[in-house]
Every structure is written in structure tokens, then in C-alpha cells.
Design a protein around this ligand. Structure first.
Ligand code: SF4
Length: 239
């Protein structure tokens, strides 16, 4: 029996998900978390359907036309073949952005050592005491290690949190802001309000509007809102 394919789908073009770059998105199947607000449950449970050869020919056809490739999912770092895909992208001269939930610091360390990362979007699910409730897994320590690895690296990265008011309140976000400050994070912290897509992993109450989100600030870094009444852009769907 053939092993399952890691790649679920390819989005051929995006201007929104790799800051300042034209890019395509490679969606990797499977995830080791179970966030109730996940709006891509198909990608968690379905097998991949795009063969490596099709990904390679797609990249060849976009060489010189796109700046970069986004590895998203699901959780792309679960797949050992991620390194083959990353080398494939590097052979075309394109840049790599990786969306990750931060649960595989060993993989992020190897990608950094191999110069296979140009930008990372790191999900910060919750403070430690709420991490399992929000993500379905007790993986705060792994996230924290990934955060420190990226801070110590030279590559640009962002930290982002999806806020569903029934899972995280203002005190939680203030605590998370403090954790980032103490870790030495100095990039932008993106807060993106959960949206009811009607197809989330678990049924949650309507997220509604979080007026207190706009009051979150830090003296150490910029806090920016996405997907709220003041900012309707929603980034990569692998929060
Ligand atoms: S939201 Fe992201 S981390 Fe959470 S289950 Fe979905 S794909 Fe995994």
C-alpha cells in the first residue's frame, strides 16, 4: 500500500499571505492539534491528493513569476517530506514562508540550520493554563521552544493568535502579550478574531465582536488587529 500523500492542495496565487510577496500556497494534510474553531477540518482528516511530481511541475511553471511558496495546512512540519518540498522550492530560487502551530521545534531547528526558511507565521494558541482547552493538545512547552528558536534566529517572523471570546478572554491575551515580551519578541503580534465559517471542527457559540481587542498594547512590540471591524484582512487559514 502506498503511503498517503502529504500535499492536500495548491492555491496557485495569493497576494495576502506572504508579506510583500506574490506567492502560492501548498496545503499539507493532517494536524496534531484540534482547535475547536479550526475551519479547515477536511484538511485535518483527509489524505493528500497532490503527487510530488505535480507539485514539482507546478513550481517549474511558476519560476520567475512568483516570489515565494507558503507551506501551510494542517501542520506542515509533521511531514518528513517537507524537506524535499523545501529543497524543490529553493531550487527554483523562490522564498519559503512556513505557517506553523509551533509544536515541532526540532523540525523548525532543522529547517533553520538548512537555510530553508525565509519567513514564519507562528500561532500562539493560548497561555499554558488554557493551551490544551484551546488547541486540544498540551503542547505549550513545544510552542515556547519554537518561539525562542525563532527569536534567536535571524529570519523575520510573526506571532499570531486567533481569538474566540468563548475560549480566550482579555486576561488571557494580556498574559500572552507578557509571555512574548519576556521572551524578547520584537516583531508584530497579530490578533485575529475567529470567524464563524459554518464548518468549524467543533460547534462554538457565534464569536461576535471583541471590543476589548483594540485595547491590547505592548511597549515592546506592535500589536495589530486582523479580521476585526477595523481590519477585515484574514491571513492564512492555519491559525
Ligand atoms: S487551526 Fe491550525 S493548528 Fe488548529 S487544528 Fe486547525 S490546522 Fe491544526
Amino acid at each position: 500500500m502506498k503511503p498517503p500523500l502529504p500535499l492536500y492542495d495548491i492555491t496557485p496565487f495569493t497576494l495576502l499571505d506572504f508579506p510583500g510577496k506574490t506567492a502560492c500556497i501548498f496545503w499539507f494534510s493532517g494536524c496534531n492539534m484540534r482547535c475547536p474553531y479550526c475551519y479547515n477540518p477536511d484538511i485535518l482528516f483527509c489524505r493528500g491528493k497532490v503527487p510530488y511530481s505535480r507539485a514539482a511541475s507546478f513550481l517549474e511553471s511558476r519560476t520567475g513569476l512568483l516570489d515565494g511558496v507558503i507551506f501551510s495546512g494542517g501542520e506542515c512540519t509533521l511531514h518528513p517530506s517537507l524537506f524535499s518540498y523545501a529543497e524543490l522550492v529553493k531550487d527554483t530560487g523562490m522564498l519559503i514562508k512556513t505557517d506553523t502551530n509551533g509544536s515541532r521545534p526540532d523540525v523548525i531547528a532543522q529547517l533553520l540550520e538548512s537555510s530553508l526558511l525565509d519567513y514564519v507565521a507562528l500561532d500562539f494558541k493560548a497561555p499554558e493554563r488554557r493551551y490544551k482547552q484551546v488547541s486540544g493538545r498540551a503542547l505549550f512547552n513545544e510552542f515556547h521552544k519554537t518561539l525562542h528558536l525563532l527569536i534567536a534566529s535571524e529570519i523575520p517572523f510573526e506571532v499570531r493568535t486567533t481569538v474566540h471570546p468563548h475560549l480566550l478572554d482579555k486576561e488571557d491575551i494580556l498574559e500572552m502579550t507578557r509571555i512574548l515580551e519576556e521572551a524578547g519578541y520584537r516583531g508584530t503580534y497579530y490578533l485575529q478574531q475567529a470567524i464563524d465559517h459554518g464548518n468549524t471542527l467543533n460547534k462554538l457559540p457565534e464569536p461576535g465582536h471583541c471590543p476589548w481587542l483594540a485595547s491590547i498594547t505592548s511597549s515592546m512590540f506592535q500589536v495589530s488587529l486582523r479580521n476585526t471591524e477595523s481590519s477585515l484582512h484574514f491571513g492564512s487559514p492555519a491559525p
